[in-house]
Design a protein around this ligand. Structure first.
Ligand code: AQP
Length: 336
C-alpha cells in the first residue's frame, strides 16, 4: 500500500476484567464495527490493564478467548482488522514505562477512573491503577492512531494521551500522531447506566445486578429489563436529571432501534412502564441474538481463534516496534 492509499488508523481496546456488557457494546464495540471499513483498525484485548484489579488467572485466560470470539461475532473480520492480545506485544509495556516518565503526578491524580476504582478497591490501590493512563497512551501512540473510539467514560484518558504525545513531541520532534477520541452521542449509548442504579455507569466488573451481558440468554435479558429501576410517575419521557432510569432505557432503545426520543415518547404514551421495559428488552435480545450465537459457535474452534490472535500479534508487533525504535532513538538509548 502506498502512502497516499494508506487508511487512517484506529486503536481501541477492552479489558477482559469481566464479560462484555451492553455498555461495552453501545459505547465502543458498535462503533468499532461501523468504522472498520474506512480505517486500518487495531482492536486489542487489554489484559495488562485488567490486572490493575485482581483477576482469577483461569477466568482471565477464558475471557480473553471469549472476547476475541465476541469481537468477530460483532462483525469485525479478522482478515481486515488486527484483533490481538496486549501482552503478546511487549512494546506496550516498554513504551508504557517510557511514557510514565512523560506523565505528571498531578495529571494522573485528576483521573476520575483512578478516583472511582481506588474508592472501590481500598485494599489494592496499586501503582498500576494510578499509571493506567500512561499505558493506555502507549497503546494508542504505538500505532500512530488517528482515532480512538471509546465510551464517554474514557474521554479523559484519551485527552491525557493527547497531552502526553504533545509533550513528548515538544521535546523530541514529531514522533507521535495526536489522536482524536470518537465518542457516540448521548442518545446513542455514550454512557450506558446500570439498570439497578441509573446514576452509576454500567460496569462489567461491578456485580450490582444492573448489567446486561452480550452473552446473556434472552430470558435473562428480559428479566434484567423488567427489574430495571425507573420512577413512580409512569411517564416515558426523557429527562436525565429527574428521570435517570427511564432516560437510560430510552437511550438504549433509541440505540438499538434507531428511533428518536419523540417517537419513543409517542409510542408508549399512556402505557406505563411495563410495555416499555419489555420492548427495550426485546430490542436488545434481537440485537444480541446473532452475536451470541456466532460467538458460541466460534468458541468451539479454539484452533481458529488461536490462529487469529497469533497472526494479529505478529502484525501489531511489526507496527508497534517501528514506533518504539523511533522513540528509543530519540531518547538516546544505544541500539542493539
Ligand atoms: N457503561 C458504558 N457506557 C458506555 N461505554 C462504556 N464502555 C464501558 N462501559 C460503558 C466503553 O467500553 C469500552 C470498554 O472499556 P474497558 O473494558 O477497557 O474499560 P471500562 O471503561 O473501565 O469498562 P468497564 O465495563 O467499566 O470495566 P471495568 O469494570 O473493569 O472497569 C471503553 O471504550 C468504554 O468507554
Amino acid at each position: 500500500m502506498t502512502e497516499s492509499t494508506k487508511k487512517p488508523v484506529i486503536f481501541s481496546g477492552m479489558q477482559p476484567s469481566g464479560a462484555l456488557t451492553l455498555g461495552s457494546f453501545l459505547g465502543a464495540l458498535k462503533n468499532w464495527v461501523a468504522l472498520s471499513e474506512e480505517y486500518d483498525c487495531y482492536y486489542c484485548i487489554v489484559d495488562l490493564h485488567a490486572i490493575t484489579t485482581r483477576q482469577e488467572p483461569a477466568d482471565l485466560r477464558r475471557r480473553c478467548l471469549e472476547q476475541i470470539a465476541q469481537y468477530i461475532a460483532c462483525g469485525l473480520d479478522p482478515a481486515k482488522n488486527t484483533l490481538f492480545i496486549q501482552s503478546h506485544v511487549p512494546a506496550h509495556s516498554e513504551l508504557g514505562w517510557i511514557l510514565n516518565c512523560y506523565t505528571m503526578f498531578g495529571e494522573l491524580s485528576r483521573m476520575t477512573q483512578f478516583k472511582d476504582k481506588s474508592a472501590r478497591n481500598t485494599d489494592n490501590i496499586n501503582a498500576g491503577l494510578f499509571t493506567y493512563p500512561a499505558l493506555m497512551a502507549a497503546d494508542i501512540l504505538l500505532y500512530q492512531a488517528n482515532l480512538v473510539p471509546v465510551g464517554d467514560d474514557q474521554r479523559q484518558h484519551v485527552e491525557l494521551a493527547r497531552d502526553i504525545a504533545t509533550r513528548f513531541n515538544g521535546v523530541h520532534g514529531d514522533v507521535f500522531t495526536i489522536p482524536e477520541a470518537f465518542i457516540p452521542k448521548t442518545t446513542e449509548g455514550a454512557r450506558v447506566m446500570s439498570l439497578a442504579d441509573p446514576t452509576r455507569k454500567m460496569s462489567k466488573s461491578e456485580p450490582t445486578g444492573g448489567c446486561v451481558y452480550l452473552m446473556d440468554k434472552p430470558e435473562t435479558i428480559l428479566k434484567s429489563f423488567k427489574r430495571a429501576v425507573t420512577d413512580s410517575d409512569a411517564e416515558v419521557r426523557y429527562d436525565i436529571k429527574e428521570k435517570p432510569g427511564v432516560s437510560n432505557l430510552m437511550s438504549i432503545y433509541s440505540s438499538t432501534t434507531g428511533k428518536s426520543f419523540e417517537t419513543i415518547e409517542a409510542e408508549f404514551a399512556g402505557q406505563g412502564y411495563g410495555a416499555f421495559k419489555e420492548a427495550v428488552g426485546e430490542s436488545v435480545i434481537e440485537r444480541f441474538r446473532p452475536i451470541r450465537e456466532q460467538a458460541e459457535a466460534l468458541l468451539q474452534d479454539k484452533t481458529y481463534l488461536t490462529q487469529v490472535y497469533t497472526e494479529a500479534a505478529n502484525h501489531a508487533a511489526y507496527t508497534a516496534n517501528k514506533t518504539l525504535r523511533k522513540v528509543q532513538k530519540k531518547l538516546g538509548f544505544v541500539a542493539k
